[in-house]
Design a binder for this molecule. Structure first.
Ligand SMILES: Nc1nc2c(ncn2[C@@H]2O[C@H](COP(=O)(O)OP(=O)(O)O)[C@@H](O)[C@H]2O)c(=O)[nH]1
Ligand SMILES: [Mg+2]
Length: 308
């Protein structure tokens, strides 16, 4: 599944520029050159890796490897190999099989992480692949949230099933899925609320939505996609664990990698959560979502501006 057309890697590199900057400014010689590593450069490297939110486990591992082995070749190669080792097992694209109709994706996550935007981008991507898509506005908490989904539906040319603000989300989901069944729609994307009066209420509501989904479409949801915001760092990881425990997350979309110098969080997510990373968001436009590729991520991170 290839959502981004045109200058795929270029766009991606631009998105990761801030992370690259924080990692490599002043460390260029150390990382890409053949400079001998001494105590001071160790410290600099450790600081940069931690600043980019790569996390202590990865950082300690790299430093240990460096100390143990006599380093040959640029340090960048060592870091790249290690990153790819950690990221590759999480590279599992979301496949929509022909025999599952509708394929139901329940999208969850904290308010503001980018759920509705990601749904818009996904709808566009699936439509580009020739699949019919239906959106369900089960974030009924605010009228503006419903309006926002309708807008994305217009952009992606996908119908939106909705009710009034404050309607029961489970009822909207019930309607949406029945409509998808009647029209043989291939993919259903369900938007949910990220904020209720309490966390307990939110998780209970999500559980209820999930139960309704499985009642109307046995075997569904086929994907519970957690949208995480790359700029929230460790807080985001704690939230992810909470969602996973409550409803069982089957995939992650990491948004706003373009807006952060902490893109290293992806490595940390791969390290700490055993959940496939499906997509990454690198902007606010409809085509700014990319299926996750460990190779592309690491290469884009390590390519200095001006290099290809
Ligand atoms: N820069 C950037 N902004 C994003 C990305 N994804 C979402 N956003 C922005 O994040 C804000 C919140 O997104 P929204 O979809 O409303 O979040 P929701 O509350 O989880 O539904 C909006 O302003 C989006 O444009 C991304 O990948 N990059
Ligand atoms: Mg929303």
């Amino acid at each position: 599944m290839n959502f981004l057309k045109g200058d795929l890697i270029g766009k991606f590199k631009k998105g990761l520029a801030k992370t690259r900057e924080i990692l490599f400014t002043d460390l260029d010689e150390l990382i890409f050159g053949q400079k001998e590593i001494d105590e001071k450069s160790f410290e600099e490297l450790e600081e940069a890796l931690i600043r980019a939110d790569i996390g202590p486990s990865f950082t300690e591992g790299i430093l240990k490897q460096l100390k143990d082995k006599k380093q040959t070749g640029p340090l960048s190669e060592l870091i790249k190999i290690r990153m790819k080792e950690i990221l590759s097992p999480r590279e599992c694209p979301l496949i929509i099989p022909d025999h599952i109709v509708p394929f139901v994706v329940m999208v969850v996550g904290v308010n503001g992480t980018g759920k509705t935007t990601t749904i818009g981008k996904l709808a566009y991507g699936f439509k580009e692949q020739g699949l019919s898509v239906l959106l369900v506005a089960a974030d009924t908490f605010r009228a503006a949230a419903i309006e926002q989904l309708i807008e994305w539906g217009n952009r992606a040319k996908a119908p939106v099933i909705r009710q009034k603000a404050n309607a029961d989300p489970a009822a909207v989901v019930f309607d949406g899925l029945n409509s998808a069944l009647a029209s043989h729609t291939r993919v259903v994307l369900i938007d949910t609320a990220g904020r209720l009066h309490t966390k307990v209420n939110l998780m209970e509501e999500l559980k209820k939505i999930k139960r309704v989904i499985s009642k109307v479409v046995p075997g569904a949801p086929h994907e519970v996609l957690l949208v995480m915001d790359a700029t929230t760092g460790q807080n985001g990881l704690a939230q992810a664990k909470m969602f996973h425990e409550a409803i069982g997350v089957t995939g992650i979309a990491l948004t706003k990698l373009d807006g952060t110098a902490k893109g290293g969080i992806l490595v940390r997510i791969a390290y700490e959560l055993s959940i496939p990373i499906r997509f990454i968001g690198v902007g606010e436009d409809i085509d700014d979502l990319k299926p996750f590729s460990a190779e592309d991520f690491v290469e884009a991170l390590f390519t200095k501006p001006g290099e290809s």
